[in-house]
Design a binder for this molecule. Structure first.
Ligand SMILES: Cc1cc2nc3c(=O)[nH]c(=O)nc-3n(C[C@H](O)[C@H](O)[C@H](O)COP(=O)(O)O)c2cc1C
Length: 167
Protein backbone atom coordinates (compact mmCIF):
# COMPACT_ATOMS: atom_id res chain seq x y z
CA UNK A 1 0.00 0.00 0.00
CA UNK A 2 1.24 3.50 -0.87
CA UNK A 3 1.31 6.48 1.52
CA UNK A 4 -1.20 8.28 -0.69
CA UNK A 5 -3.67 5.35 -0.34
CA UNK A 6 -3.65 5.99 3.40
CA UNK A 7 -3.15 9.77 3.61
CA UNK A 8 -5.37 11.13 0.80
CA UNK A 9 -7.49 13.08 0.06
CA UNK A 10 -5.16 16.04 0.20
CA UNK A 11 -5.93 19.57 -0.88
CA UNK A 12 -4.38 20.32 -4.27
CA UNK A 13 -3.02 23.80 -4.90
CA UNK A 14 -1.40 25.66 -7.78
CA UNK A 15 2.01 27.15 -7.05
CA UNK A 16 3.15 30.08 -9.17
CA UNK A 17 6.74 31.09 -9.77
CA UNK A 18 8.62 33.51 -12.03
CA UNK A 19 11.65 33.30 -14.25
CA UNK A 20 13.72 36.35 -15.15
CA UNK A 21 15.23 35.86 -18.55
CA UNK A 22 18.35 37.85 -19.21
CA UNK A 23 19.42 38.49 -22.78
CA UNK A 24 22.78 39.59 -24.09
CA UNK A 25 20.99 41.46 -26.86
CA UNK A 26 18.54 43.51 -24.84
CA UNK A 27 19.01 45.45 -21.62
CA UNK A 28 15.37 44.82 -20.68
CA UNK A 29 14.73 41.83 -18.48
CA UNK A 30 11.91 39.55 -19.65
CA UNK A 31 9.86 37.50 -17.24
CA UNK A 32 8.07 34.20 -17.63
CA UNK A 33 5.46 33.07 -15.13
CA UNK A 34 4.82 29.40 -14.43
CA UNK A 35 2.19 27.36 -12.59
CA UNK A 36 2.43 23.83 -11.21
CA UNK A 37 0.06 21.56 -9.34
CA UNK A 38 0.98 20.37 -5.87
CA UNK A 39 -0.65 18.16 -3.24
CA UNK A 40 2.29 17.99 -0.85
CA UNK A 41 2.21 21.22 1.19
CA UNK A 42 1.55 22.35 4.76
CA UNK A 43 2.02 25.12 7.35
CA UNK A 44 5.06 24.27 9.50
CA UNK A 45 5.38 27.19 11.97
CA UNK A 46 3.13 29.78 13.69
CA UNK A 47 5.70 32.43 14.55
CA UNK A 48 6.98 33.23 12.04
CA UNK A 49 4.30 31.82 9.78
CA UNK A 50 6.09 29.31 7.56
CA UNK A 51 4.60 27.22 4.76
CA UNK A 52 6.37 24.22 3.17
CA UNK A 53 5.96 22.85 -0.34
CA UNK A 54 7.56 19.67 -1.67
CA UNK A 55 8.73 20.07 -5.26
CA UNK A 56 10.21 17.31 -7.45
CA UNK A 57 13.91 17.85 -8.18
CA UNK A 58 13.36 17.76 -11.95
CA UNK A 59 10.45 20.19 -12.06
CA UNK A 60 10.86 23.41 -14.04
CA UNK A 61 9.22 25.15 -11.05
CA UNK A 62 11.97 23.88 -8.72
CA UNK A 63 14.54 25.62 -10.91
CA UNK A 64 12.56 28.88 -10.88
CA UNK A 65 11.87 28.89 -7.12
CA UNK A 66 15.55 28.12 -6.38
CA UNK A 67 16.58 31.12 -8.46
CA UNK A 68 13.92 33.66 -7.48
CA UNK A 69 13.50 32.53 -3.84
CA UNK A 70 9.78 33.31 -3.91
CA UNK A 71 6.55 31.47 -4.70
CA UNK A 72 2.80 31.90 -4.28
CA UNK A 73 0.46 29.12 -3.09
CA UNK A 74 -2.93 29.52 -4.82
CA UNK A 75 -5.86 27.58 -3.28
CA UNK A 76 -8.16 26.49 -6.10
CA UNK A 77 -11.86 25.63 -6.50
CA UNK A 78 -12.97 22.15 -7.64
CA UNK A 79 -14.69 23.71 -10.64
CA UNK A 80 -11.24 24.43 -12.15
CA UNK A 81 -10.25 20.74 -12.06
CA UNK A 82 -9.37 20.66 -15.78
CA UNK A 83 -6.95 23.59 -15.40
CA UNK A 84 -5.43 22.13 -12.20
CA UNK A 85 -4.85 18.82 -13.97
CA UNK A 86 -3.32 20.53 -17.01
CA UNK A 87 -0.79 22.37 -14.84
CA UNK A 88 0.12 19.06 -13.17
CA UNK A 89 0.66 17.13 -16.39
CA UNK A 90 2.57 19.61 -18.56
CA UNK A 91 5.93 21.22 -17.88
CA UNK A 92 6.14 24.98 -18.22
CA UNK A 93 9.62 24.79 -19.67
CA UNK A 94 8.37 25.22 -23.24
CA UNK A 95 4.77 26.41 -22.83
CA UNK A 96 2.96 29.23 -21.08
CA UNK A 97 0.43 27.58 -18.74
CA UNK A 98 -1.43 30.87 -18.14
CA UNK A 99 -2.06 31.10 -21.89
CA UNK A 100 -2.82 27.39 -22.32
CA UNK A 101 -5.35 27.20 -19.45
CA UNK A 102 -6.87 30.67 -19.58
CA UNK A 103 -6.14 31.11 -15.85
CA UNK A 104 -5.77 34.82 -15.26
CA UNK A 105 -2.65 36.44 -13.89
CA UNK A 106 -2.41 39.18 -11.33
CA UNK A 107 0.68 40.63 -9.71
CA UNK A 108 1.43 39.51 -6.14
CA UNK A 109 1.50 42.38 -3.64
CA UNK A 110 4.60 41.60 -1.60
CA UNK A 111 6.78 39.27 -3.70
CA UNK A 112 8.00 39.49 -7.32
CA UNK A 113 5.69 36.77 -8.66
CA UNK A 114 2.29 36.26 -10.32
CA UNK A 115 -0.89 35.09 -8.56
CA UNK A 116 -3.95 33.38 -10.03
CA UNK A 117 -7.03 35.60 -10.13
CA UNK A 118 -9.49 32.69 -9.81
CA UNK A 119 -7.89 31.41 -6.56
CA UNK A 120 -10.07 31.08 -3.42
CA UNK A 121 -7.11 32.40 -1.43
CA UNK A 122 -3.35 32.74 -1.59
CA UNK A 123 -0.10 32.79 0.40
CA UNK A 124 2.79 34.91 -0.88
CA UNK A 125 6.04 33.33 0.33
CA UNK A 126 9.75 34.13 0.53
CA UNK A 127 12.00 31.06 0.68
CA UNK A 128 13.90 30.89 3.99
CA UNK A 129 15.13 27.31 3.75
CA UNK A 130 15.50 24.45 1.32
CA UNK A 131 15.73 20.82 2.41
CA UNK A 132 16.52 17.79 0.27
CA UNK A 133 13.97 15.02 0.82
CA UNK A 134 14.54 11.96 -1.39
CA UNK A 135 13.53 12.89 -4.92
CA UNK A 136 11.93 16.18 -3.82
CA UNK A 137 13.11 19.54 -2.46
CA UNK A 138 11.14 21.01 0.42
CA UNK A 139 11.00 24.79 0.10
CA UNK A 140 10.09 26.50 3.36
CA UNK A 141 8.58 29.89 2.72
CA UNK A 142 7.87 32.70 5.14
CA UNK A 143 4.34 33.90 4.47
CA UNK A 144 4.71 37.61 3.68
CA UNK A 145 1.13 38.24 2.56
CA UNK A 146 -2.04 36.13 2.58
CA UNK A 147 -5.70 36.55 1.70
CA UNK A 148 -8.90 34.51 1.59
CA UNK A 149 -10.88 35.66 -1.47
CA UNK A 150 -13.97 33.48 -1.15
CA UNK A 151 -15.36 30.27 0.36
CA UNK A 152 -15.84 28.25 -2.83
CA UNK A 153 -15.53 24.46 -2.63
CA UNK A 154 -11.83 23.58 -2.88
CA UNK A 155 -10.18 20.81 -4.88
CA UNK A 156 -8.75 17.74 -3.08
CA UNK A 157 -6.86 14.87 -4.72
CA UNK A 158 -8.11 11.37 -3.94
CA UNK A 159 -5.89 9.37 -6.27
CA UNK A 160 -4.28 10.18 -9.62
CA UNK A 161 -6.80 12.21 -11.60
CA UNK A 162 -9.67 11.53 -9.18
CA UNK A 163 -10.62 14.62 -7.18
CA UNK A 164 -13.20 15.45 -4.51
CA UNK A 165 -14.29 18.36 -2.30
CA UNK A 166 -15.74 19.04 1.14
CA UNK A 167 -19.45 18.81 1.97
C1 LIG B 1 -2.98 16.22 -8.60
C2 LIG B 1 -1.50 16.43 -8.75
C3 LIG B 1 -0.70 16.65 -7.64
C4 LIG B 1 0.68 16.85 -7.76
N1 LIG B 1 1.43 17.08 -6.65
C5 LIG B 1 2.76 17.35 -6.78
C6 LIG B 1 3.55 17.66 -5.63
O1 LIG B 1 3.08 17.71 -4.49
N2 LIG B 1 4.87 17.93 -5.84
C7 LIG B 1 5.46 17.91 -7.08
O2 LIG B 1 6.64 18.16 -7.21
N3 LIG B 1 4.71 17.61 -8.18
C8 LIG B 1 3.40 17.34 -8.06
N4 LIG B 1 2.65 17.07 -9.17
C9 LIG B 1 3.31 17.00 -10.50
C10 LIG B 1 3.65 18.36 -11.12
O3 LIG B 1 2.56 19.26 -10.97
C11 LIG B 1 3.99 18.17 -12.61
O4 LIG B 1 5.18 17.42 -12.72
C12 LIG B 1 4.11 19.47 -13.39
O5 LIG B 1 4.02 19.18 -14.76
C13 LIG B 1 5.39 20.22 -13.12
O6 LIG B 1 5.36 21.40 -13.88
P1 LIG B 1 6.66 22.30 -14.16
O7 LIG B 1 7.67 21.40 -14.86
O8 LIG B 1 6.15 23.39 -15.05
O9 LIG B 1 7.17 22.78 -12.86
C14 LIG B 1 1.27 16.84 -9.06
C15 LIG B 1 0.46 16.62 -10.19
C16 LIG B 1 -0.91 16.41 -10.05
C17 LIG B 1 -1.74 16.19 -11.27
Amino acid sequence: MKVSDVANPRQTVLVTSRDEIESRFSPEKKTKDNIFTLSWHTQVSHEPELYAISSGKERFSTKLIRKSKVFVVNFMPLKLKKEVLFCGTHSGEHIDKFEETGLEKEEADKVDCARIKQACGYLECKVVNEIEAGDHIIFIGEVINSKLNNKEKRIFQKKGEDFTTTR
